[in-house]
Design a protein around this ligand. Structure first.
Ligand code: NIG
Length: 420
């Protein structure tokens, strides 16, 4: 199928695929074409320019000057879960910190118990409802982590349920094996659980999901620095890219490890959270190819702390932006909301937040075929209601997406709520 979108304000309009994340000043300084046309053929952008000739048999959309941009890549979510954490949210609002709830065997562990008890088909169906809602809000590529299983059987159940939930979904779902999300409070021995994860769960995941990114939560009361190091070293030997939740509440030293590995050509793909990262470490992160993933919906919901995205970008780093959709720290499916918060609290410019939510989010997943509008790129596109992209960040709480095109096809957007 061919599609011609006419008379649009085209963002991130490159002459050829950039092929990498945008860093530093380039994050805010990318090309915009006004009154331009975009021709899509067979799932790929084939031409971008003014006054493109009508293409025989092509469907046409008149953008009437509206913004046409790449679809969002939500590169950090925990969107596969069961149960809810409403009672814990009451505790949190009464003053109990997140890590205290985790230390008492709740938090992540509450969701682990609910996921272990849930039938795989229900997990897949609940995930699918959330994916549809996220797509309606403009996320055409969505990463989904495991991590609420912890045991080998339950992690495999989660990864299979995520794969199942993605079948027939119009957008792209990228799986991540979050094997080190917590120390299993229900296991008899925490140290034995860590060993079991590395010696038994990781090989099972490698066998069924080769090349999947491996992730861990490096934090007091979750996985310690040394355990993360061992898990990641063995995962890298097995060919897995590494992502890590680091410096959410406490900075334990993960950025120094990444600097060391980067010097040997083994930089992590992304370091996510960074709310507690010291300024010098943001500079060190910027000096590596690793992408820093900002999660401002987490600060909004959890405790009002935000990563200093400005310092990361000013130091020449590459920042990505994600919702962190999960029942504990960020029950938010909306990338437009993440953009609105990133501009206010991570101190990104509107252009930087747009790059973080598109091309850099895709790069954090190892995808370089999307996130910009150039001949040869995958045709995952959003036509916004707005004619000025600053509205994307200025307005919040509404959905700016008028049309979504995924793999070259106009998709019908679900307006239904994703609750069960
Ligand atoms: O990225 N902090 C670790 N993991 C998630 C929260 C998961 C949960 O609380 O269920 C996060 O914020």
């Amino acid at each position: 199928m061919s599609l011609l979108i006419r008379n649009a304000r085209v963002l991130l309009a490159f002459e050829s695929p950039p092929g990498c994340a945008l860093r530093g000043r380039a994050m805010g300084d990318w090309p915009v074409l006004m009154g331009a046309d975009v021709l899509v053929e067979g799932g790929t952008i084939s031409k971008v320019g003014r006054g493109l000739k009508p293409f025989r048999g092509a469907a046409e959309i008149d953008a009437a000057g509206r913004v046409l941009m790449p679809g969002f890549t939500d590169c950090h979510t925990h969107a596969c879960w069961a149960g809810d954490r409403l009672d814990e949210w009451d505790q949190k609002r009464a003053g109990t910190p997140y890590l205290d709830i985790l230390a008492r065997g709740g938090g992540i562990m509450s969701t682990v118990r609910a996921v272990r008890a849930a039938a795989p088909a229900l997990l897949a169906a609940m995930l699918r409802a959330r994916l549809e809602r996220m797509l309606a809000l403009g996320s055409t590529t969505i990463e989904v982590k495991s991590g609420y299983g912890l045991s080998k059987a339950a992690e495999m159940k989660m990864l299979n349920a995520i794969a199942q939930g993605a079948v027939g979904f119009a957008g792209t779902v990228v799986l991540t094996a979050l094997l080190g999300h917590a120390i299993d409070a229900d296991a008899p021995d925490g140290e034995a659980f860590v060993r079991e994860t590395i010696d038994s769960t990781l090989p099972a995941v490698s066998a069924k999901f080769p090349g999947i990114a491996v992730d861990a939560y490096c934090e007091q009361g979750a996985w310690g620095l040394d355990d993360c190091r061992v898990l990641f070293e063995i995962a890298m030997q097995r060919g897995h890219p590494i992502r890590v939740h680091a410096d959410q509440f406490n900075s334990l030293g993960m950025i120094a490890i990444n600097t060391e590995w980067s010097a040997r050509g083994h930089a992590m793909r992304s370091i996510d959270h960074l709310e507690a990262t010291p300024p010098a470490d943001l500079g060190a992160l910027a000096a590596t190819p690793t992408i820093g993933v900002l999660l401002p919906c987490t600060g909004f919901h959890t405790d009002g702390r935000y990563a200093d995205g400005r310092a990361l970008v000013d130091a020449g780093g590459a920042a990505a932006l994600a919702t962190n959709n999960n029942p504990g720290t960020s029950p938010c499916p909306s990338m437009p909301m993440a953009i609105a918060l990133a501009v206010r609290f991570n101190k990104l410019s509107v252009n930087e937040a747009i790059a973080a939510a598109t091309i850099n989010g895709a790069a954090a997943l190892g995808l370089h075929d999307r996130g910009a509008i150039a001949p040869g790129m995958r045709a995952d596109l959003l036509l916004l209601e707005h004619r000025d992209e600053r509205m994307l960040a200025y307005e919040f709480g509404d959905n700016p997406v008028r049309e979504a095109i995924v793999g070259g096809r106009l998709v019908r957007l679900s307006r239904a709520n994703a609750s069960f």
